[in-house]
Write a protein that binds this ligand. Sequence first.
Ligand code: NAD
Ligand code: WQD
Length: 359
Amino acid sequence: MSQGETLLVTGGAGYIGSHTLVELLAAGHAVLVLDNFSNSCAAVLDRVAELSGREVPWVEGDVRDTSLLQKVFAEQEQRGTPITAVLHFAALKAVGESVAEPLRYYDNNVAGTLSLLSVMQQFKVLRFVFSSSATVYGEPTALPYVEDHQIAPTNPYGHSKAMVEQLLRDLCQAREQFTAITLRYFNPIGAHPSGLLGEDPHDVPNNLFPFITKVAVGQLPALQIFGNDYETPDGTGVRDYIHVVDLAQGHLAALDYGRKQSGFHAFNLGTGRGTSVLELVAAFERVTGAAVPRQWAARRPGDIAAAWADPSLAREVLSWQARHTIDDMCADGWRWQSQHPDGYRTASPSAPVRGDPAT
Ligand code: NAD
Ligand code: WQD
């Protein structure tokens, strides 16, 4: 356990950020969340506080607001608890939306990161953990994806992640003490085993797992399975689903590594196992007993047949590996969804402890 660090967590109220907060707090870190709540709400942070028995201070604001960032970093210095590292989750993440609104995506994801890095530079904060995505690889030239697979994204969202990765490489070249750990997430699903935290999409979900849980809970009529003629064992798309708690723990490992090592380092965070759409639906029905009505639909434009990680670099270098099974992901995801059919608008089973807004 490393005491004494204060970590800025941008996008900490989001799906992956909130699960990571729980792990950071359990490891003895202090956190400060910066989130504009464009895809989340402050109630999430009450849940994190409830789970952790710790305060979760937060600031409502945008990473593109450079003067707000300066104020946040300066106030932490004045309090004697300077920010020592940043975990940067804040981003827009819907692939289809990024095709329709590329400028919004580049502004939020790329300009937002530039703003953050420039203030970090000003305050001499040297450690950065970045939420990247397997989507930076694009069409696989070989599977599993290894970290030195070509970077060839196929949509503006993926390009925004690849651009930030390039920016981080260049910054590490220029400043030898700077450390940027880029984590390329595969397909995070599931929820905290307590049932208190989970994914809460505001609109109809784009991704498979939240769509399955919304169908199972009766809020959507049927799952559309996009394509049955891929070159995969059962014809449906294959992905590397990873439990969100495993993913969250990967950030602790990355932080520790970044304390010992400078420069740019990229790691796949996946399980190394592929699961098809039909396999995931079958596992979900078996584990939960809930029915998932489904129908065949055309392939979704831009989808690839199969994608899974080679996670051995993270295992060897970060001493991290995913431990949860597909069954765990289904059971935990269903606990969250069935107890919270309306996400964070559903009342908490017990009274929340309030995290204090920091400003
Ligand atoms: P999310 O939308 O649940 O969380 C993102 C959070 O960032 C939200 O709370 C949102 O309000 C906040 N935010 C967005 N733009 C902001 C801004 N300009 N300033 C301040 N706050 C802002 O998404 P998530 O699934 O938790 O994803 C977290 C990160 O992981 C993102 O960077 C995403 O691109 C990346 N990622 C996600 C997945 C996935 O499948 N969920 C896969 C790969 C990578
Ligand atoms: C998985 C499989 C679909 C929905 C996306 C982003 C990626 C990353 C994770 C952020 C595919 C099939 C899906 C549905 C279906 N996000 N499917 N019916 O496409 O691997 O990755 O989320 O970084 O950037 O592209 O995940 O969950 O959308 O799809 O049949 O209603 O499920 O065709 O085979 P994907 P997904």
